[in-house]
Ligand binder design. Structure first.
Ligand SMILES: *[C@@H]1O[C@H](CO)[C@@H](O)[C@H](O)[C@H]1NC(C)=O
Ligand SMILES: *[C@@H]1O[C@H](CO)[C@@H](O)[C@H](O)[C@H]1NC(C)=O
Ligand SMILES: *[C@@H]1O[C@H](CO)[C@@H](O)[C@H](O)[C@H]1NC(C)=O
Ligand SMILES: *[C@@H]1O[C@H](CO)[C@@H](O)[C@H](O)[C@H]1NC(C)=O
Ligand SMILES: *[C@@H]1O[C@H](CO)[C@@H](O)[C@H](O)[C@H]1NC(C)=O
Length: 904
């Protein structure tokens, strides 16, 4: 099959009345969010999750209801994590009987509406963030005293078969006791259900009776309805047990290899042949051993490779290419997986030692060359599958480093003969590049998250491609009667997966049609034929009593959009515009929130006539790479480090802001740090330090990524320009990614980053270190460093940017302010209630700071002063919502009109 089957996750939180983790971008007219003791003011009294699955197509509705029992308005937050593969189709809020519906619009139009609301001073919020397998949907709304609110979110997705089953992995985290909490899953599978299972990680004996499951024939049902007492973590407790994973898995009968559903003129064809002999594989593992793989990443890679070697069948052939800026080839040619060769391979894997830079081009071309030779020389069986598995944790920075050039070289070399899979390990990878590289060569790209289970993620990936049973599968439909077919030729079918093809029946008079499936098996060609009777209207309406009627059409649209979006990733520009237009048209017609559309919700605000425009977007994977956004915040608790990490965590000795912009506040008294980030638009200028008494101000201007594709709006911003004003010395300094300009008594001095230089004057020193950093000191006790981050010149997305660090700040007056300045004279905080979240490395906790209680998340940020390439990890407590509650006022208070703004 052309692409692999992903496992599916449906995570959801219900809405929680306390501060919760989500991002609101844009300017907010902050209603002081109540914290801590308001827990009982907003009561969530009902949460119902209802899923209806018809022939793998899942239609999910989440309904949450709450009431404000306080005598003032309170903010209710609705927080759902949905699978990345799902499309939101509707969202609405009902407040005091009035429905505020979501409206799906072209992304650009939605953005205009959003910008207009911002410019009119109306509050505007943006609600999304991405997690590992899920993306977050969050809305908050003010609820008047004694008023009720209902949130309803609808999303749809196709469940893909993966290792012999369809899976819904549900994370349940209501955070409080809920009078009516209910999960209801109804499955209708025309092939008949062969098994149906549920697991819940939080299950206790007390909770078990709350789960019901049954299946018979075509129908399956799962429900989970814990009473409020069953939800309690102990007899009289007010905390909830419901915190963990809830999984529903099932499969359908495989008596026939295929099944075709036709409803309302659209058909969907599912094809999964019964167990066949595996086709031998020829695999070249192309493994990155560049310096940044050092430590845990390499250990995990080796662990995964040992396991993969253990699982390799004797009829397979394989070889290793290990690369940094050099290439090491294990054997001269592919070798058979005999016990001796496997033992030899294990020794080789053990000897891999990280070093050097990253050259992706040459090792991949080498792999193609090895496969070519193996086929020419007939060292591998004629009927076999040839795969290249590329694993890297970085971007090409040695040899050919232009991504488009690498793509072209690889595509030309492979000539559609082999399949390339790319595995991007950790945050430093250029995932969009890896994705294109794989998709162009009929593979897929997979992210491997830097985490304790990375080796399992790698093995899991291998298991999916371990057992190809058919190759070159062609699904042939009658051309004159069928139109708008989705992908119908597939390179491989892997055991345990399923091929899905959908299309439209154009001939209304047809009583039946025939599908021919031709493929190559391990030993011989395989042919399957399916005859599909077209149902009469009677049959259809009978069925519709228990299915939702247009599911074939929606499934067709879902598949078509997914495939158009994928093709668009590597299409040439002329074709790309057409693919984009088609995908957009379908997204609007079928009301899907895809990467091309947004959903706009106009939400009422407490103050009369004010409204807030909320926009729900679909994230594009890869946008959050390189530097973390709050949800993808890479994190390791400080106590975790035991083995040989490449980049030790350490106690920060400075306050700084770097990357997209992450602020890190050093708290030496606690041997710890606090961090937050500011989500604002490119062009916005933020005040970092302002000391009116000393007459010093530092401001930074945000820049965005390069616009590679105007339909992909990246939210990442960095500092591209920093202005420093010293009124007493009459000095104005501008630092950009090109140069440092000092204006001093009308003299202008310019220092380019290409040269080391220095300047020394009364009360002022400057030192530029070539292509690295510039240090400024204003007499004793006020020293700053600005670091230049260079990305390679042809980088498709990123631009060069700056990081700002204070080395010495004791000269500043008591009144010093600004996003960094306000912390120069210390900040005290208390952490309590550290509790795990779905990411074991990112526990949440309650932080008491400035007499407020905030929910914070353990994370890490990076200090790039000593290690330019990778940074040194600084563990910190991440404060959500643009640092709200930690910083004085709101982040919007720090927006200044000019890079040299200073208050008098
Ligand atoms: C979205 O949901 C609301 C509330 O249930 C409903 O009134 C509206 O018709 C739905 N919109 C669409 C397009 O289905
Ligand atoms: C729970 O509360 C009831 C009434 O206040 C009390 O009688 C009972 O002993 C409590 N049970 C536990 C286990 O604390
Ligand atoms: C074929 O295999 C032989 C023996 O392993 C080797 O010497 C020769 O170079 C190979 N030919 C090609 C084209 O790779
Ligand atoms: C895309 O191109 C095809 C012809 O190649 C054309 O029929 C179709 O209308 C185009 N679609 C859009 C939305 O531009
Ligand atoms: C500036 O960069 C140089 C060269 O990379 C480095 O040795 C030095 O420590 C840096 N200075 C500061 C203050 O970070």
């Amino acid at each position: 099959m052309g692409r692999l089957l992903l496992s599916f996750t449906l995570l959801f939180y219900t809405f929680s009345p306390i501060n919760s983790d989500f991002v609101i971008e844009g300017i907010r007219n902050i209603q002081k969010r109540s914290t801590g003791k308001s827990v009982n003011d907003i009561e969530v009294y009902s949460v119902i999750i209802s899923s209806q699955v018809t022939s793998r197509f899942a239609h999910n509705v989440i309904t949450s209801r709450a009431v404000n029992r306080a005598d003032t308005s309170k903010e209710a937050i609705f927080n759902v994590d949905l699978p990345k593969t799902a499309f939101i189709t509707n969202f609405s809020m009902i407040i005091d009987g009035v429905t505020y519906p979501g409206e799906i619009k072209e992304k650009e139009a939605a953005k205009k509406q959003y910008d207009k609301a911002v410019s009119r001073g109306q509050t505007a919020g943006l609600v999304r963030a991405s997690g590992r397998k899920t993306e977050k949907f969050t809305v908050s709304v003010n609820v008047a005293p004694e008023s009720k609110v209902t949130f309803e979110l609808v999303y749809e997705e196709m469940l893909k078969r993966h290792l012999g089953k369809y899976e819904m992995f549900i994370k349940v985290q209501p955070k409080t006791l809920i009078r009516k909490y209910q999960i209801e899953v109804n499955i209708h599978e025309p092939q008949g259900i062969s098994f149906l299972d549920t697991q819940a990680s939080f299950l206790t004996n007390n909770l078990k009776p709350a789960i019901e499951k049954s299946f018979s024939g075509e129908k399956g049902h799962v429900s989970f309805k814990p009473t409020i007492d069953q939800q309690r973590s102990c007899a009289n407790c007010t905390s909830t047990l419901l915190d963990g994973d809830f999984t529903v898995t099932y499969d359908v009968n495989r008596e026939t290899p295929g099944n075709i559903q036709v409803v309302n003129g659209y058909f969907v064809h599912f094809f999964a042949p019964p167990k066949l002999t595996c086709v031998p594989k020829n695999v070249i593992y192309v493994i990155d051993r560049s310096g940044s793989m050092w430590g845990r990443k390499m250990d995990q890679t080796k662990d995964a490779l040992y396991q993969i070697l253990k699982d390799t069948s004797e009829h397979d052939h394989f070889n290793f290419i290990v690369f940094d800026n050099n290439i090491i080839q294990w054997k001269d040619s592919l070798v058979k997986a005999t016990p001796e060769n496997l033992e030899d391979a294990r020794k080789f894997v053990r000897s891999i030692f990280p070093r050097g830079w990253t050259n992706i081009n040459d090792p991949v071309l080498k792999a193609v060359d090895l496969l070519n030779k193996a086929h020419e020389n007939k060292t591998v069986p004629e009927r076999s599958v040839s795969l290249i598995v590329l694993l890297t944790d970085g971007e090409a920075n040695s040899g050919e480093s232009n991504p488009s050039k690498i793509q072209e070289n690889v595509r030309k070399a492979i000539q559609a003969k082999y399949t390339l899979y790319s595995l991007g390990f950790g945050h430093g990878v250029d995932f969009p590049f890896l994705e294109k590289l794989a998709l162009e060569n009929s593979g897929i790209a997979r992210r491997i998250y830097e985490d304790s289970d990375a080796h399992l993620q790698l093995q899991g990936f291998y298991n999916e491609i371990a057992n190809p049973t058919l190759i070159n599968i062609e699904m042939q439909y009658p051309e004159n009667a069928i139109a708008d077919l989705t992908e119908n030729n597939f390179k491989h079918y892997f055991e345990g997966s399923e091929i899905v093809v959908a299309g439209r029946v154009t001939d209304n008079d047809l009583n039946s049609f025939t599908v021919d499936i031709n493929a190559e098996g391990a030993d011989e060609p395989k042919k399957y034929t399916e005859n599909v009777p077209l149902p009469s209207m009677d049959d259809v309406s009978k069925k519709q009593q228990y299915i939702f009627g247009d599911f074939t059409e929606r499934l067709w649209a879902y598949l078509t959009i997914q495939q158009l979006l994928e093709k668009r990733l590597y299409a040439d520009p002329s074709e790309k515009a057409n693919l984009t237009a088609q995908a957009l048209q379908l997204s609007l017609k079928f009301k899907f929130v895809t990467p091309l559309t947004s959903m706009v919700v106009t939400k009422p605000e407490e103050k009369e006539k004010e409204e807030e425009i909320l926009i729900a977007d679909k994230l594009v994977d890869g946008q959050d790479r390189f530097f973390s956004n709050p949800a993808s915040l890479q994190s390791y608790p400080s106590y975790q480090s035991t083995s040989n990490y490449a980049y030790p965590s350490y106690q920060s000795t400075t306050n700084f802001v770097d990357s997209d912009p992450h602020f890190v506040i050093n708290v030496p008294e606690k041997s710890d740090a606090l961090c937050f980030n500011i989500q604002e638009k490119p062009g916005v200028i933020l005040n970092l330090i302002e000391d009116r008494q000393l007459g010093i101000a530092v401001n930074g201007e945000l820049i965005g990524n390069k616009k590679t594709d105007k339909n992909v709006i990246s939210r990442e911003t960095y500092f591209g320009r920093i202005g420093i004003v010293n009124r007493a010395l009459k000095i104005i300094i501008e630092v950009t990614t090109e140069k440092v300009t000092v204006l001093n008594h009308k003299n202008r001095e310019t220092f380019l980053w290409q040269k080391t230089a220095s300047l020394s004057e009364e009360g002022f020193n400057l030192e530029v270190i070539k292509r690295s950093n510039v240090t400024f000191s204003f007499g004793e006790g006020a020293t700053f460093v600005i670091i230049l981050h260079e990305v390679w010149k042809n980088h498709p997305v990123h631009r060069d940017f700056l990081g700002f660090y204070t080395l010495d700040e004791h000269k500043f007056s008591e009144g010093v302010h600004g996003l960094l300045g306000q912390f120069f004279h210390g900040i005290d905080f208390e952490i309590s209630n550290v509790h795990k979240t779905d990411n074991p490395d990112k526990p949440d906790a309650t932080m008491k700071v400035k007499n407020k209680l905030l929910t914070v998340t353990r994370g890490v940020q990076k200090d790039y002063r000593k290690d330019y390439k990778n940074g040194i990890k600084v563990p910190c407590w991440f404060v959500h919502f643009n640092g709200e509650g930690l910083i004085d006022g709101t982040h919007a208070d720090y927006i200044v009109p000019d890079i040299f703004s200073i208050a008098y």
